[in-house]
Design a protein around this ligand. Structure first.
Ligand code: ADP
Length: 396
């Protein structure tokens, strides 16, 4: 089956055309700067990147460009639109309503619109992607795959905040968690790799990228996660602070005379690795300066400690941990961070093969020593493939 995976952002439209039986990506690309001086890039049939300036005032026009490129005779990705069996959309927020992926109909569209209040930066563009597809491919089945859905199995004790209960009822203030598609994918892959049935599999899944979250997985299901009501909570991220004492917000608003929007920007865009180091949000730039720059060194140490706090908490929550999984940009590529996250845990049956860890990147591997009770795994994530597979399972 050929599934077109769409990830629509505020001014971008990312896509992949995936053959789900072979799990091969036929082509992928992105339209950027929609509404402005738009640019289109995609991989041609030889795997080369082709870039061009295009006109795309909105997501529908951007999608038209993508479709034309799919149909283009030189690449021959598809010969007719009928070859696209279904479309899978990444949708960030599904509130408490969606605990799995769903076939999109008018009712689902209304719900996605409703949850825009909880994800104002993400759900509206996700919806624009869906509407564009409805317009151009009206008879093709569309599926919504939610970032929040995988975490809907969390118990109340994990998702409730100790705020007045009425605020949960009135506004839906609770922990939702994000990166669910990635956590689900790496959990499935890890269980398969270890030969453990998914319903018996306990793990701590560390998705460490520009945005990062950690999830506690019990019996293959999410029972706790570090991101909360929004993706701001949890571990230190590229530009997000992660968890801080909420009183700092009121202190700063008063001292620096900041508006709610300004403090929101400060915590989401100017904090984290960027704020601490003053160098960059990209860990590679910070590593390059860690020996001579004190703030670079501190940024790395604070990042690692914030991850270890969750690993410790989730070890207690799970009791038995079959695997600690590392994934995403940092988790897949930075051996130094992985080593420091699990250092000194031999007493708990977590023993890293340091040499193997140092020499491995971006491929599915067991990085633990023989005899380590908890395996330490590197599992490359693939959210697009997960969306394509979910879409296939839903449309049948
Ligand atoms: P996003 O959340 O934007 O998808 P990524 O998963 O691509 O982010 O992760 C980005 C982070 O991964 C950056 O901090 C970057 O420094 C780090 N990283 C380290 N090594 C690599 C690498 N070889 N390729 C990509 N990212 C890397």
């Amino acid at each position: 089956m050929k599934v077109l995976v769409i990830n629509a952002g505020s001014s971008s439209l990312k896509y992949q055309l995936i053959e789900t039986d072979s799990e091969l990506v036929i082509t992928k690309g992105i339209v950027e700067k929609i509404g402005g001086e738009a640019e289109f890039s995609f991989t041609n049939k030889n795997g080369e990147k082709v870039k061009s300036k295009i006109s795309a005032k909105n997501h529908t026009e951007a999608l038209k460009v993508v479709i034309d490129s799919l149909l283009d005779k030189t690449n021959n990705f598809i010969s007719s639109l009928k070859e696209i069996d279904a479309i899978g959309h990444r949708v960030v927020h599904g509130g408490e309503e969606f605990f799995k992926s769903v076939l999109i109909d008018d009712k689902v569209i209304k719900s996605i619109e409703k949850y825009s209040e909880l994800a104002p930066l993400h759900n509206p563009p996700n919806l624009q992607g869906i509407l564009a597809c409805k317009e151009i491919l009206p008879s093709t089945k569309q599926v919504a795959v939610f970032d929040t859905a995988f975490h809907q199995t969390m118990p109340e004790s994990s998702y409730m905040y100790a705020l007045p209960y009425e605020l949960y009822q009135k506004y839906g203030i609770r922990r939702y968690g994000f990166h669910g598609t990635s956590h689900r994918y790496v959990t499935m892959k890890a269980a398969e790799f270890l030969g453990i049935k998914i319903e018996d599999f306990n793990a701590i899944s560390c998705h460490l990228g520009n945005g990062s979250s950690i999830a506690a997985i019990k019996g293959g299901k999410s029972v706790d996660t570090s991101m909360g009501f929004t993706p701001l909570e949890g571990v230190v991220m590229g530009t997000r602070s992660g968890s801080i004492d909420p009183a700092i917000i009121f202190f700063l608003m008063e001292k620096e005379n900041l508006s709610p929007k300004e403090i929101n920007d400060l915590l989401n865009k100017k904090s984290g690795l960027l704020g601490l180091s003053g160098i960059s949000n990209d860990l590679r730039d910070i590593f390059a300066k860690k020996d001579e720059d004190k703030r670079a060194k501190i940024a790395i140490e604070v990042l690692v400690k914030s991850i270890r706090r969750y690993i410790g908490a989730y070890m207690v929550e799970l009791g038995r941990v079959d695997a600690i999984i590392f994934t995403a940009g940092i988790g897949e590529n930075e051996w130094h961070i992985r080593e420091n996250c699990v250092m000194g845990l031999e007493e708990y049956g977590i023993i890293l093969d340091k040499e193997k860890n140092q020499n491995t990147r971006a491929k599915l591997s067991d990085l633990s020593m023989k005899g380590s009770k908890t395996k330490i795994l590197l599992v490359p994530t693939n959210e697009e493939l997960m969306i394509a597979l979910e879409t296939k399972w839903i449309v049948g």
